[in-house]
Design a protein around this ligand. Structure first.
Ligand code: FAD
Ligand code: NAI
Length: 475
């Protein structure tokens, strides 16, 4: 006999487990199926984000930043460190512990909210009287039926043609997070978010890092001034970034990998490295889902086709997160998951795609929300700009972290905040103020009139807002 639920969620990444919790909170009997497995065969809910994405990358970014500070930052504070070394094994073990804590935390949350968790692989088996039949394969096979199904199966890394991942020499994100010893020479293909974050980790620990990016512009999605500042900072740190590159061949040997490429002038180049991270984007994960059995429509790139409210072409079937259009970000997946659960309950939630923050956790950190100047110019919107450097911010000076700035873009006629862009210390935290301002339809004057604690980095945001009206107080 199948187990019958109101809602079955396939995938327990940030999109899936959050959707399941919200559905259960709203009074639905809910099951969540996820196949991620950790050592010993135990379930590891949390998806890419928890297991090989957001969480482990931030753990390694923290460890490597601590190492960098001890080696290069402490001296200015009068702290001399002698005999500094890094035990990569211990660093990786700490990262694994942080991941396991998150896996256990999610299992606890699912249980607390009375979500029935099934560890295994789910696929559509066809229609049931009351909705859909989902087959679960794994250690405890099961058949579930539900009126509402939420597909949250995430994404997987995209390989370079002719250079499959082996996670020994050619690494995907999982491999990049588990290199057992600092490579002398590390290559990175793709100067996107993963390339910059993982390149930074291993560069700080001593690797010579070469990044090869296909596009002519560095960080093309970011504000141009931010991208320029970032490129300058990364070059100073020793990340060798080449843009406008075309990879012509990747030859993987026993001990090294050789990448053949042409540079932005068309000249042939060759780079030999000990390990090569390939971070050229990700592809939606619908393998084995039985999309064809159910008649679930995918687009030409394999994303589940959804409308603006995450409805698929099938009644009662929804899809959220990386497996659908839009940015591949954990918080975007979560917002969609919550919204779908609430729609099933007859509520009318809204996810504002214009106010989804982007963060790159390098040093300096990079964060933005809303429009760039490029966007506004293209849309013909008349806007004003206010910018404030961290070099003029007291807290940043006290921290010794004065690279970067905060920039606010406001509508020239209404002063409404249209975008915020930050590069510098704790930009990841500062951006929340910009998101809040945009969600509340605030003006730059609203931010400028709010009392910000002194001395804090957030005063740079206030000053950037003041700068929109050309009335900074500290510059
Ligand atoms: P996923 O997290 O991919 O989860 C999908 C889950 O479904 C997986 O557990 C998968 O095994 C399971 N599954 C798939 N098919 C089935 C099936 N048929 N049956 C059962 N289970 C199935 N985003 C941020 O916002 N901030 C960051 O700092 C950040 N850092 C990242 C760093 C790296 C290295 C990477 C790779 C990604 C990072 N991301 C970050 C992106 C983020 O991880 C994803 O956007 C997010 O995980 C997407 O969530 P999701 O729920 O859609 O899918
Ligand atoms: P990405 O889309 O951020 O960057 C990929 C880069 O590779 C692009 O700059 C692209 O131009 C380049 N590229 C593509 N094909 C290439 C080729 N053949 N040769 C050279 N360069 C090539 O993708 P990435 O870094 O793989 O990350 C995947 C997703 O994971 C991101 O879109 C992001 O949403 C998410 N992520 C988010 C993080 C965060 O929020 N801090 C951290 C890491 C990942």
């Amino acid at each position: 006999m199948p187990d019958t639920f109101d809602v079955v969620v396939i995938g327990a990444g940030p999109g899936g487990y959050i959707a399941a919790i919200r559905a259960a909170q709203l009074g639905f009997s809910t099951a969540c199926v996820d196949d991620w497995t950790r050592d010993g065969g135990k379930p590891a809910p949390g998806g890419t984000c928890t297991n090989v994405g957001c969480i482990p990358s931030k753990a390694l970014l923290q460890s490597s930043e601590n190492f960098e500070h001890a080696g290069h930052g402490f001296a200015q504070h009068g702290i001399d460190v002698k005999g500094l070394s890094i035990d990569v094994g211990r660093m990786l073990a700490r990262k694994d512990k942080v991941v396991a804590q998150n896996n256990d935390g999610i299992l606890f949350l699912l249980k607390k909210n009375k979500v029935a968790f099934h560890h295994g692989r789910a696929s559509f088996a066809g229609k049931a009287d009351s909705g859909w039949t989902i087959r679960v394969e794994g250690a405890a096979p099961a058949t579930l039926t539900a009126k509402q199904v939420i597909v949250a199966t995430g994404s997987t890394p995209r390989a370079l043609p002719g250079a499959p991942f082996d996670n020994v020499r050619i690494l995907d994100n999982a491999g990049a997070l588990a290199i057992p010893a600092v490579p002398k020479r590390l290559g990175v293909v793709g100067a996107g978010v993963i390339g910059l974050e993982m390149g930074s980790v291993w560069r700080r620990l001593g690797a010579e890092v070469t990044v090869l990016e296909a596009l002519p512009a560095f960080l093309g999605a970011a504000d141009e001034a931010v991208a320029k500042e970032a490129q300058k900072a990364f070059a100073k740190q020793g990340l060798a970034i080449h843009t406008g590159v075309k990879i012509t061949a990747v030859k993987s040997g026993k001990a090294e990998v050789t990448v053949e490429w042409t540079d932005d002038k068309g000249a042939a180049q060759k780079t030999t490295v000990d390990r090569l991270i390939v971070s050229i984007g990700r592809v939606p994960n619908t393998a084995g889902l039985g999309a064809d059995v159910a008649g679930l429509k995918l687009d030409e790139r394999g994303f589940v086709l959804v409308d603006g409210e995450c409805r698929t072409n099938l009644p009662g079937v929804w899809a959220v997160g990386d497996v659908v259009r839009g940015p591949m970000l954990a918080h975007k997946a979560e917002e969609e998951g919550v919204a779908v659960a609430e729609r099933i309950a007859g509520q009318r939630p809204h996810v504002d795609f214009n106010a989804i923050p982007w963060v790159i956790y390098t040093a300096p950190e990079i964060a933005w929300v809303g429009k760039t100047e490029r966007d506004l110019k293209a849309e013909g919107v008349d806007y004003r700009v206010g910018s404030f450097p961290f070099s003029a911010n007291g807290r940043a000076r006290a921290m010794g972290e004065t690279t970067g700035f905060v920039k606010i873009l406001a509508d020239a006629a209404t002063d409404r905040v249209l975008g915020m862009h930050a590069i510098g210390p704790m930009a990841s935290e500062l951006i929340a103020e910009g998101v809040m301002a945009m969600e509340f339809g605030a003006s730059s004057e609203d931010i400028a009139r709010i009392c910000h604690a002194h001395p804090t980095l957030s005063e740079a945001t206030k000053e950037a807002a003041l700068a929109v009206a050309k009335r900074t107080l500290n510059l």
